[in-house]
Design a protein around this ligand. Structure first.
Ligand SMILES: Nc1ncnc2c1ncn2[C@@H]1O[C@H](COP(=O)(O)OP(=O)(O)OP(=O)(O)O)[C@@H](O)[C@H]1O
Length: 264
């Protein structure tokens, strides 16, 4: 049953590759305005799920609704319109190496708007500034940027069309702790500025504790548990508990609170 409060609704989603069942009757709701993290072990199907939500892979069964639209029955016009309502930051940035950073950020605007080149360049520069990149980064090639700067440029591109929904695939993967902390802050400030709904795949305890409103833990083909980290700390499943035996949650930059379970 669709509700206005849910931006995404997955119902009984099944995904299989040959005999390999990745998701079996998976249900998940993403609420408007929340930052939802998707966690879970390697191979639990986080990336495939994200790909299914952005029309890059079709589930074997079940339904996925975005903004109330069933992804399986979209017309071409609806698909085009829907793609403008979300932005995606891929794990390795997904920037085109032969294009400058500004040209990369401009691409969605060139594809989806009728704006003139000067306006598009100005918007791209504004988005890059918003993500904290120095002005001289815009005319560089992605290969000339650090890992943290590439993430920022990729976020600027994901925000090019002022999306309502932002997908982040392991936004801090491969970053040193200081750069990760910068990305944590960036997600929080972007969320606050745009009032976005954010869905991110992450293993990063700093993001899970300090940035996410709720965390969905995938395992055994389904959402094993969903809730705040505090709520999940009481969950008994070993895959969920694995997130609570690691003391790296207190890494610098995480918005650290001592969880109740640690003080007992
Ligand atoms: N195109 C594909 N063809 C066949 N199997 C695939 C394909 N894509 C994913 N899989 C399989 O689906 C399972 C889930 O993959 P997925 O990449 O979603 O896992 P994940 O939870 O994101 O893992 P990780 O944390 O290691 O990135 C894996 O066993 C993977 O091998």
């Amino acid at each position: 049953m669709a509700t206005d409060d849910n931006v995404i609704e997955l119902r009984k989603v099944g995904t299989r590759f040959g005999n390999h069942v990745v998701h079996a009757d998976l249900d998940l709701d993403v609420r408007r305005g929340e930052i939802l993290a998707i966690a879970g072990g390697s191979g639990s199907g986080k990336s495939v799920l994200l790909r299914e939500m952005i029309l890059l892979h079709q589930p074997s069964s079940g339904s996925i609704r975005l903004f109330g639209d069933d992804l399986a029955t979209l017309s071409e016009t609806q698909t085009h319109a829907l793609r403008q309502r979300w932005g995606v930051m891929f794990q390795k940035g997904g920037l085109f190496g032969a294009l400058t950073v500004r040209a990369n950020v401009s691409l969605p605007l060139r594809e989806h708007s009728e704006l003139d080149d000067t306006t598009i360049d100005e918007i791209a520069e504004w988005k890059l500034a918003l993500t904290g990149l120095p002005p001289d980064a815009s005319l560089k090639l992605p290969g000339e940027l650090s890992g943290g700067m590439i993430k920022r440029a990729a976020l600027a591109r994901a925000l090019a069309l002022d999306p309502e929904l932002l997908f982040l695939d392991e936004p801090t993967a491969g970053l040193d702790p200081a750069s990760s902390a910068g990305v944590d802050e960036l997600i929080l400030s972007t969320h606050a500025l745009y009032g976005l709904t954010v869905v991110m795949i992450t293993h990063d305890l700093g993001l899970l504790w300090g940035v996410s409103h709720r965390v969905a833990v995938l395992g055994e083909g389904r959402v094993l548990a969903i809730g705040t980290m505090e709520e999940l700390s009481h969950h008994e499943h070993p895959i969920v508990q694995a997130y609570f035996v690691d003391t790296r949650a207190g890494r610098p930059g995480a918005k650290e609170e001592v969880p109740a379970w640690k003080t007992r």
